[in-house]
Write a new protein. Sequence first.
Lengths: 425, 139
Amino acid sequence: MIKLFNFLKMADTQKKSAFDIIKIRKDFPILSQKVYGNPLIYFDNGATTQKPKIVIDTISKMYTEYNSNVHRGVHFLSAQMTEMYEIARGKVQKYLNAKYSHEIIYTCGVTASINLVAYSFGEAYIKEGDEIIVSEMEHHSDIVPWQIVCERKGAHLKVIPFNDKGELLMDEYKKLISSKTKLVAVVHVSNSLGTINPVKEIIAIAHEKNIPVLVDGAQAVQHGRIDVQDLDCDFYAFSGHKLYGPTGTGVLYGKEKWLKEMPPYQGGGDMIDHVQFEHTTYNELPFKFEAGTPNYIGAIGLSTAIDYLESVGLEKIKKYEKELLNYAMEKLSAIDGIKLYGTAENKICILSFLLDRIHPYDTGVFLDRMGIAVRTGHHCTQPLWAHFKTEGAVRASLVFYNTFAEIDALCDAIKKIQKIFLSQP
Amino acid sequence: MNEVQDEIIKEFAPFGDNLLDKYIYLVELGKKFVPLDARYKNDQTLIRGCQLTTWFRPTFENGIIFFHADSSSVLVRGAISLLIRVLSGQKPEDVKKIDLYFIEKSGLRDIYSLIRANSLWKIENLMRQAAASYEKKYI
C-alpha cells in the first residue's frame, strides 16, 4: 500500500514535467532499493552517479565474452577488444566535439587528468617566478596538483575570488592575468555551489595573452553537452563515474598542439615507440600518455553511458534538471532556519545548505536514517567554505533520475530534523 | 562499570531495531550533557576529525580518572556522554581493560564506527590511553 502511495505521489508531482521519470528510474536498478526501511532517495550524485542497467550489463558482458588486453595481441579477442576500445574513444571525442580522437586521453579520473597536466605541462613550461591562476571555488584536485608544481618550480598560485552568491569576480580575474601567468585552471561547475562558471569568457580572456586554460569538468559533463572546440579550452578533464559510467575511468582532452609538446607523465608499456638502455622514444598520441594496461572495459562502459545519455536526450535532461532546481530552490527557501549556499543565476541542481544551530554532520546522519543520501562536510573545497566562514555544509546534488516527490521528502525530513534538534530537552 | 553498561542497554531496549529513535534519544542525551568548560577548549584538548570538532580532557584525582569532553555535533555529544557514564570516575586499570559491550548490545555500533566522519573511535582510544598513562605515572 505504501509502495503504491509513493508511486502515485511520484506520478502526481511529476505532472509538473513532461519528462518520463518512471521509465527513466527503471533504467537504474539501485534506485528501487530501501535503506533503513525507507525508499532510497539518492541525492549524492555530486559524489558519484548511479549506473544504468545497460552500463552494468555491458561491463558484465565484456568480462564474460570479450575480455582480452588491448593493442598488443595478435589474436582474435585482443583485436576485437582493441577495436571496441578505440570506438569508445571515438564516442568520447564526439561527446566533447574534440577535433581528433587522439586528443582524448584515458585516465582513471579527473584527479589523474589534472595531475597529468600539472606534472607534464609544469615540467615543460613552468619556471621560477611564473604564476598559475585557479579560482577560490576549486575542488582540492584542482588546487593541490598546482601547489605541488609551484613548490617544485618556485612558481606562485593566484586565486580568482567569488561573491557571496558564488559567482566568480571576472574583473578580479582580469587583474590577475600578467606576463607571468602560464596557465589558468578553473572549474566548469562548482561541486559545492553548483555555479556554472563562464568558462568560455574565461578562456577567451586568457587566450588574448596566449595563456592556456584547463577546465575541470567533473560536475559539468553529466548535465549537458560539452563542446571543447566551441569553448576553445586547451584541456578539459572529467571522471567517468560522475557521467553514469564506471568508477576508475576518466578523460583528459588536450589540444593536439599541447599534447604533442608535453613530455610523458608516466612511463611503461604502450607509451613507448622503441626502448633502448641508451634512449627511449615515445609512442604517438594518445598512447604517449597511456602507460600500462588501460581500463579498456571501463572505457567501453563509459562510452555505453554516453550512448545511454544520448538516447535519453541531453537537452531533455538539461531542461528537466532545471525544473528540479527551480522547484527545490523554491521549496527549500521557504523553510525557516535554513541558509542556502550557491545562489548564482546560472547553476545546476546542487543544493548546499546549513540549518541554524544544527551541525551538518547531524543533519546528514538523520537524513540518511530517513533514507535520504546526502553528503556533508567540506566536499573537498575547504577554501570555498572558508569564504563563507564555515567548515562545510549539507549537499544534496540532484540529477535527471531524481523527482519532485523526493524534493518534497527532503523538505519534510529537514523540518522533522529541526523539530528533533531544536526542541527543548 | 558493568552495572552502568547494563543500565544503558535497558534504556535503549524499548527502541528495538529502530535506529532513528535511538539517534533521537542520543540527541536528547547530547542536549542534556554538561560539556567541557570553555576555558579548557584549546589545542591540547582539541581532536580535529574529518567533519567534526571534538574536545577531550582527562583529569585524575585520588587514584580515580575523570573524563570531560564536548563535540560540535549534538549526536556525537550524546554518544560521548554514554562513554563518560561508563568510564569516568573509575580506576585507570579498570578503564584500560573494560569490554564496552553496551555499544553492541544497545545496537549503537553504527554510530560508534563511522570512523572517518566522527571522533568517537578516537575518544574511546584516548580514554584508554589516558588511563594507561595515569596508571604508569601514579600507580
